[in-house]
Design a protein around this ligand. Structure first.
Ligand SMILES: C[S@@+](CC[C@H](N)C(=O)[O-])C[C@H]1O[C@@H](n2cnc3c(N)ncnc32)[C@H](O)[C@@H]1O
Length: 199
């Protein structure tokens, strides 16, 4: 099992022209939280909001370094971005993540989550449409789909993204007995769905 230097990986992806406004520290946490979610029982890894694939490659690197066979499904509908799918697939290839560990699903994130069996997701990164209603619906639906001990995390917990903050806080209150802990670092937040026996 190895630990990737995220600063160097960040530089390498930028060097390949994959750009992101998100601070490096968020990706550092994303990497470690994803790696932590590889502990048994194993399950599906899902990202909502792919854009150019930066965070998907960070999560995939955590899966690789953890020596796991798990796959990541990353979902984006590229509604306003007709070249989005092509450019993102090209990024995966050029950066060395084209080998099938990432399944890019082009479509609506809520529809995708709804199609999954209950309690099947071990790791969920929420980073698509930051509107309050959308994040709220995503989290409510996702709660059913998360495995016990599954990690739910997201980006943009920021004063200028009050939709995200309100939806995450509402979710925490509603499921306070079923969530183990809550943390925010820079603008990255994460929590865990408790095992039923802990509730
Ligand atoms: C903030 S970007 C994702 C950034 C990416 N996670 C990263 O850190 O590299 C948000 C993405 O969500 C996508 N998106 C917005 N609404 C969506 C929806 N309802 N279903 C699927 N994707 C959506 C947008 O097309 C956009 O590419």
């Amino acid at each position: 099992m190895t630990n990737t230097n995220i600063g160097k990986l960040h530089e390498r992806l930028w060097g390949h022209g994959v750009r992101t406004p998100t601070p490096r520290q968020n990706f550092e946490l994303l990497y470690w939280v994803a790696k932590g979610a590889l502990r048994p029982p194993s399950g599906h890894f899902v990202e909502l909001g792919t854009f150019r694939g930066f965070s998907a490659m960070i999560i995939t690197q955590a899966i690789r370094d953890g020596g796991s066979e798990t796959h990541l499904t990353t979902v984006d509908k590229y509604a306003l971005d007709p070249e989005g799918e092509k450019r993102t697939r090209a990024n995966f290839q050029v950066c060395g993540y084209g080998g099938g560990r990432i399944n890019l699903h082009v479509g609506d994130d809520l529809e995708y989550i709804r199609s999954l069996p209950d309690e099947s997701i071990k790791f969920l990164f929420v980073d698509s449409w930051h509107d309050y209603r959308h994040v709220e619906s995503t989290l409510q639906l996702a709660f059913l789909k998360m495995m016990p001990t599954g990690i739910i995390c997201g980006d943009d917990y920021l004063p200028q993204e009050m939709g995200v903050v309100r939806a995450v806080e509402g979710f925490r209150q509603k499921h306070s007995k079923s969530l183990a802990g809550f943390n925010v670092y820079f603008s990255f937040w994460w929590t865990m769905k408790k095992h039923k026996e802990w509730a």
